[in-house]
Design a protein. Sequence first.
Length: 316
Amino acid sequence: MQTFVNIFLGFFVFESVGAAPITDTIIYDSEFYDIPFGQLPHPFVYDENKRSDQLEAEIGTALPSIIQESYSSASLIEEPEEEASTPKLIDGSSAQGSGVLGPQTQDGLPTCFLCTCLGTTVYCDDHELDAVPPLPKETTYFYSRYNRIRKINRNDFANLNNLKRIDLTANFISEIHEDAFRRLPQLEELVLRDNRIRQLPELPSTLTLIDVSKNRLGRKGIRNEAFKDLHELQHLYITDNNLGHIPLPLPESLQALHLQNNNIQEMHEDTFCKMKDFTYVRRALEDIRLDGNPINLSKTPYAYMCLPRLPVGNLI
């Protein structure tokens, strides 16, 4: 009887083991790398019914209550929106700044887009400009000839500490602010010929050349002793301005003085020389042009005794 019971139990265990499902072992071999995801022997099944908020809730319950409150309240605070960025120009500069193509002009273009910039030289010739464009701070030489500029404002050349030459030939300039050029520490050459200027502004002492020919300075356009402190001045051209006198005193550094085609009628004997010092010699001043003036140079022969050359003009 005991033997029969053992046989029956052994048969029952064998049947139970045989009825259990047999699980295949997953082999991570290189042969499965190229098999599509859906054809793998046991693909990973994503349970879409399990929501992410449930997962967050499970994680949240594991945190202390104080941390949970701070975490939940922080997530409800809306972050401030970022301010709109400043619009950029085509050269990468901001609309209010100065980029590789220079600062923005009133026309909405960088200066070096409107004009031609070569190194530190800016050429704005013949562009029908009605005002001086904003210039890059590194500008050394500025040319804006044959335009329609009528006025030079106080800040047109502000902060241009490297500027050495300004040429505004053939514009319609009739007004210049008193401080337009005075604050330029390195300005050497100022060319304003062929305009409508009636009054010269204050000039920096660094100037070596001034050309204001063909303007409308007349008798009162040049203040007294306007050139006295310009100790570096070498060339002074004031032709065709209806001047009634030679602007004195002239600096010792002066080499060329062109005053032709004015209304100068007389000259003093000490205009160029020193009457009380007969040993005085003015060797630098070699080029004086007074032709085209109603003056007889032969009436003041002692006025040229200290000069290396006689002035050019009417000797009759």
